[in-house]
Ligand binder design. Structure first.
Ligand SMILES: NC(=O)c1ccc[n+]([C@@H]2O[C@H](COP(=O)([O-])OP(=O)(O)OC[C@H]3O[C@@H](n4cnc5c(N)ncnc54)[C@H](O)[C@@H]3O)[C@@H](O)[C@H]2O)c1
Length: 380
């Protein structure tokens, strides 16, 4: 059945890829996006292949009237529009709260109070809501370590058992029943977003999916946003043969999931139409260290960059996290198919073909300065 789908933030990385797949499957897409300059620079157009294939509305989800207008006559909404920088969220708190929570509040007001045809809502949640996520302690079983603060001062990057700092913890895949313990304001906004959507859709008996994306990467991700996306930042540094500053000891890890897998899982959620409210991790299920990321990028690009382990620590960063994918398979029938290396090579080939990458790293240096000035980047 052909669906009319509104994608908020649809001009962004995940949104453009989800749009392409939904269009290919015959669905009708409207995109609402404010072309945030931090992500798009001066470009306020969609990629060429999408511009004639979707209805584009330029504006913010914080503009209630405009959002309502876009939502009328839609069968489904994929709510992606958001401020997305973990580090930046630690000092632009009202800005992140307004875009992420107020935007979602307008969506929920519409769902609850207006006449509409919405049958399905997908909201972009994030692994950041787990904070440090799940670990196994030999003495205390499953534990959820607290957020680290000022870790670099003592060079104690690893997390400790909340019951006793004598215990040596073992990292475990984080499942959807794990404790919610966000370590950034961004994470808090994502937690609130998903809970709001779940409550509003439950009230109206509409199906909904909160997709807890891990670290998404691949062709199309912003190469201009210096506040988030280590793959983009490392790639830009490597292309300019500049030193790559690795925070902590480089052993911190993330679950990097390729965009094609994320777009497939998101499309499955939009089109599934199952009843009820569902919370699903979307990741690769594999942790990869930040050091490994830097080394792979440097090697693929034959860069002369020095990889420099600085021991710096950024407030709000987690040590490790990777997803348990049981529910992704069970609820959405999806299993990711891209390995990190395969995906990274696709991303780097794409990045090499872009001609609008900022020529200097001045924006990145500025983003670090903003953290330092506020005491949020602890130098070793
Ligand atoms: N990329 C990841 O690794 C990742 C991980 C977890 C969660 N997420 C979530 O997925 C969603 C999409 O992320 P992405 O990677 O595509 O980010 P992105 O920055 O590429 O895209 C976000 C889009 O939203 C738009 N936008 C921002 N504020 C807006 C507003 N107030 N009104 C309308 N549009 C607005 C931006 O212009 C941009 O086009 C976000 O909600 C993000 O929090 C992403």
């Amino acid at each position: 059945m052909k669906l009319r789908v509104l994608i908020t933030g649809g001009a962004g990385f995940i949104g453009t890829n989800v749009s392409r797949k939904l269009i290919a499957a015959g669905h009708e897409i409207t995109i609402l996006d404010n072309f945030h300059p931090q992500i798009h620079g001066e470009n306020t157009s969609l990629p060429e292949d999408l511009s004639s294939a979707v209805r584009l509305v330029k504006g913010s989800v914080e503009d209630r009237e405009l959002l309502y207008k876009c939502l009328r006559n839609q069968d489904a909404v994929v709510h992606l529009a958001a401020e997305t920088g973990t580090g930046q969220s630690m000092y632009h708190i009202a800005r992140y709260t307004s875009a992420n929570i107020m935007g979602t509040a307008h969506l929920c007001d519409f769902i609850v109070n207006e006449e509409h045809q919405l049958k399905s809502v997908v909201v972009a949640s994030s692994r950041s809501i787990y904070g440090e996520g799940k670990y196994i302690c030999p003495n205390h079983g499953v534990v959820y370590p607290h957020a680290r603060t000022n870790a670099s001062a003592a060079r104690q990057f690893d997390v400790y058992c909340p019951e006793s700092d004598e215990c040596k913890l073992q990292l475990a895949p984080t499942d959807e029943n794990s404790k919610i313990l966000p370590s950034s304001f961004y994470g808090i906004t994502k937690q609130v977003q998903e809970q709001m959507v779940i409550m509003a859709t439950r009230l109206k008996n509409i199906s909904s999916y909160a997709l807890r994306y891990q670290n998404v990467f691949g062709p199309g991700q912003s190469l201009k946003n210096p506040y988030t996306g280590i793959l983009s930042i490392f790639t830009r540094l490597a292309l300019q043969h500049q030193s790559i500053n690795i925070f902590e000891d480089g052993l911190e890890s993330r679950d990097f999931v390729f965009i094609d897998d994320v777009a497939n899982a998101t499309v499955a959620a939009v089109t599934k139409g199952a009843n009820g409210q569902h919370i699903v991790n979307v990741g690769s299920g594999v942790p990869t260290s930040v050091m490994e990321v830097a080394q792979e990028i440097k090697s693929f690009l034959s860069s002369n960059s020095e990889i420099f382990i600085s021991g710096d620590f950024r407030e709000g960063d987690i040590r490790h996290n990777y997803a348990d994918l049981g529910k992704l398979k069970e609820v959405l029938g999806y299993t990711p198919s891209w390995s990190f290396k395969e995906g990274l090579h696709e991303f780097l080939k794409w990045a090499l073909a872009q001609n609008d990458i900022p020529a200097t790293m001045a924006d990145y240096q500025q983003s670090l300065l903003e953290l330092k000035e506020r005491g949020l980047l602890n130098k070793n």
